[in-house]
Design a protein around this ligand. Structure first.
Ligand SMILES: [Mn+2]
Length: 331
């Protein structure tokens, strides 16, 4: 079951059940973490047992947010009436140790990715939603849960992270109206912004300096590609953790004349690529060519190749996509 009918089914499932597991894609970003915590906290307000657990919990600032403090280290024993998976369109991204099928009950997915590998018994997928946090808010509204400050902060975090603090093309009226409502319920955007953006360790800046020196520009303005590279040696020299490079790709995208920014990160068994466009190039389609996925303006993939070969393959795909005339305009 998919779409709006799936939401009806998920509402019925949650209303009738007692014990739930809420999760998201492994190593969650702000939307994955915020949406799953909002749902879990909301179900708890209804007197239900709802455990929030995720493979590879978020690093640093996200994990320190108050609404994330009840994140479990492992999925609890016993059977669930349902498992609710957030912000994930690919089963391989959920991670282990996922409870065995005989314990999960129906697996319900709340997601806004244009999924390459859909999974789940009930799929509430809305690619037009700015964040999965929007879908959690809709679910909680249907269940009659009042949005308090704690749930509100989780949903606001989801909105802020996926819209780039309400700047990206997915920022719509529903996201803004929901954010306004959350502020009325006690969420302080400035406090969240400080916690998420202004608690950075100095090593991050050292790493950023190294990465920015690798800048390469290819193609013709206004549809150029900007490539940044992060090597394992840079990580070792800077003393920074890999996740501290989150967001570096935006420096590439932000350049004048550039349509797509890419960060190519060297890993033990290949590279990880982050792609960001200004909306005039579908980077999810490029990522899918390498078995990855994401959104039109933000996507990622992994290439099991040495750095130089991976860069070459990626650049060829990027230049091909950028040579094609833009469709659909800025989105
Ligand atoms: Mn998301």
């Amino acid at each position: 079951l998919a779409g709006g009918a799936a939401l009806d089914e998920i509402v019925a499932l949650v209303a009738a059940g007692r014990r739930f597991l809420c999760t998201a894609h492994a190593a969650p970003d702000g939307d994955a973490l915020g949406s799953m915590m909002a749902t879990a906290l909301g179900l708890q307000r209804l007197g239900k047992e709802a455990v929030a657990w995720v493979t590879a919990p978020p690093p640093g600032a996200l994990a320190r947010l108050p609404f994330a403090r009840t994140l479990a280290a492992a999925p609890p024993e016993g059977a669930f009436d349902a498992v609710l998976v957030h912000d994930c369109g690919d089963w391989r991204l959920v991670g282990e140790p996922f409870p065995p099928r005989e314990r999960t009950g129906p697996v319900a997915v709340l997601d806004h990715h244009a999924a390459a590998r859909p999974f789940g018994d009930l799929i509430y997928r809305c690619p037009e939603a700015a964040a999965t946090g929007v879908l959690s808010a809709r679910l909680l509204a249907r269940l009659g849960v009042a949005l308090d400050g704690e749930i509100g902060e989780a949903i606001f975090c989801a909105l802020a992270c996926d819209t780039g603090w309400f700047r990206y093309g997915n920022t719509d009226g529903e996201a803004m109206a929901l954010a306004a409502k959350l502020v009325e319920r006690g969420v302080e955007p400035a406090r969240l912004a400080r916690a998420l953006e202004e608690e950075q360790p100095p090593e991050r800046l050292v790493l950023l300096c190294r990465v920015l020196e690798t800048l390469e520009l290819h193609g013709e303005a206004p549809r150029r590609a900007a490539l940044l590279v992060l090597t394992r040696a840079m990580l070792a020299e800077s003393g920074a953790a890999r996740e501290q490079a989150d967001g570096f790709v935006n420096y590439a995208r932000a350049l004048a004349g550039v349509e797509v920014g890419a960060l190519v990160s060297e890993e033990a068994d290949g590279v990880r690529v982050s792609l960001r466009s200004k909306g005039g190039c579908d980077v999810a389609a490029i990522a899918q060519r390498f078995d990855g996925g994401g959104h039109r303006a933000a996507a990622g993939c992994s290439l099991p190749l040495p750095l130089a070969a991976a860069k070459q393959a990626l650049l060829a795909a990027l230049l091909e996509a950028l040579a094609a005339p833009p469709r659909g305009g800025v989105s």
